[in-house]
Design a protein around this ligand. Structure first.
Ligand code: NDP
Length: 323
């Protein structure tokens, strides 16, 4: 039978943003519920080595970090529930979310931490070499390609920034783009074109990732979109940077979002246009997208949620006193 779960702080999403919000919310006595979603733990659960999350001298594993965050959230009083939210109603005083299971979740406040997913090319070899040469995050994995040959696929700001970032580790970076002009900002393009260690392979669409079980990725097969000619660009690492898709389908028409679907928040805060609804982590951040920045905004969401509840409770007490 369907159950209704009530809380003062309902959190949708269980990546670093959602779990940090839960830790702070629980410690503030809001007894949070986290609805975990389709990928409990978020994007870090599909990463391997993590060495840029503060507090750990040695390399740690993404899935382990998320298990620890969840254990910490539960330890301070968070309820973790397995469900996927399929509908939300933000029109009332209490925010309602309906799960795939049929259960209903009611929160005095709602923290949206549904994250984003890197877009993938969907070509042969991409999944096979994922984590063995193919990555969607240069900041996370670039370090592992010190002194090696890498390629970046894409022509937007992310691709250009990743190519520039990778020159910190590699002297041989190729940007592969399917057209003959970039979409990224002019200033980034100028820096890219001026960099001695970056080559641009124009008009090249990736057909497949090439490699073998023992060496991992060895190259990328591309087709020239003008001549149709095929060739292989050798590479030890390939970074797919063709954009991210925020998980905001649920909130269309209910919360303002930008043209790419990222939730809009009041600058410098996690506050959405609906009082009591907060957005944190990658769902509202297309620029930084790091576990530590997601955790930071998760903390901000919980602090603001706590303040929202306190102000509402205070107003109710005052109204009762004067009634
Ligand atoms: P964009 O959507 O801007 O760019 C995606 C790029 O990938 C495009 O060049 C596109 O090619 C290419 N692409 C898409 N699909 C494929 C495919 N199937 N095969 C090959 N190439 C493909 O995404 P970004 O992640 O770069 O940026 C997203 C948003 O975030 C933008 O608004 C950007 O400005 C912003 N951003 C801002 C930053 C900053 O301010 N520092 C940093 C990073 C991002 P084509 O051009 O042919 O369509």
């Amino acid at each position: 039978m369907a159950t209704t779960h009530k809380t003062r702080m309902l959190i949708i999403g269980s990546g670093p943003a959602g779990l940090t919000a839960a830790i702070y919310g629980a410690r503030a006595g809001l007894e949070p519920i986290v609805v975990q979603g389709l990928q409990p733990g978020g994007q870090l659960t599909i990463t391997t080595d993590v060495e840029n999350y503060p507090g750990f001298r040695d390399v740690i594993q993404g899935p382990w970090l998320m298990q620890e965050m969840q254990a910490q959230a539960e330890h301070v009083g968070t309820r973790m529930l397995w469900d996927t939210i399929v509908d939300v109603d933000l029109s009332g005083k209490v925010f309602r979310a309906t799960g795939d299971s049929g259960d209903v979740y009611e929160g005095d406040t709602l923290v949206v931490a549904t994250g984003a997913q890197a877009k993938w090319l969907g070509v042969p070899g991409e999944q096979e070499f994922s984590g063995k040469g193919v990555s969607a995050c240069a900041t996370c994995d670039g370090f592992f390609y010190r002194g090696k040959k890498v390629v970046v696929i894409g022509g937007g700001n992310t691709a250009v920034e990743e190519a520039l970032y990778l020159t910190n580790h590699s002297q041989d970076v190729t940007l592969i783009h399917r057209r003959d002009s970039l979409r990224s900002e002019r200033i980034l393009q100028d820096r890219l074109m001026a960099h001695p260690n970056i080559t641009v392979a124009w008009n090249k669409a990736v057909e497949r990732f090439v490699g073998d079980a023992s060496s991992g990725l060895t190259g990328v097969e591309v087709v020239d979109t003008v001549t149709g000619e095929k060739s292989i660009i050798s590479a030890d690492g390939a970074f797919v940077a063709i954009g991210h898709a925020p998980a905001t389908e649920l909130f269309k028409g209910k919360l303002p979002m930008d043209a790419s679907g990222y939730l809009l928040v009041e600058p410098g805060t996690p506050r959405t246009a609906v009082p009591g609804v907060f957005a944190c982590g990658d769902v509202s951040d297309h620029t930084y997208r790091q576990a530590v920045t997601a955790a930071g905004t998760g903390c901000m969401a919980a602090l603001d949620a706590e303040r929202y509840v306190a102000e509402r409770d205070f107003a109710r007490t005052k109204a009762a006193e004067t009634a």
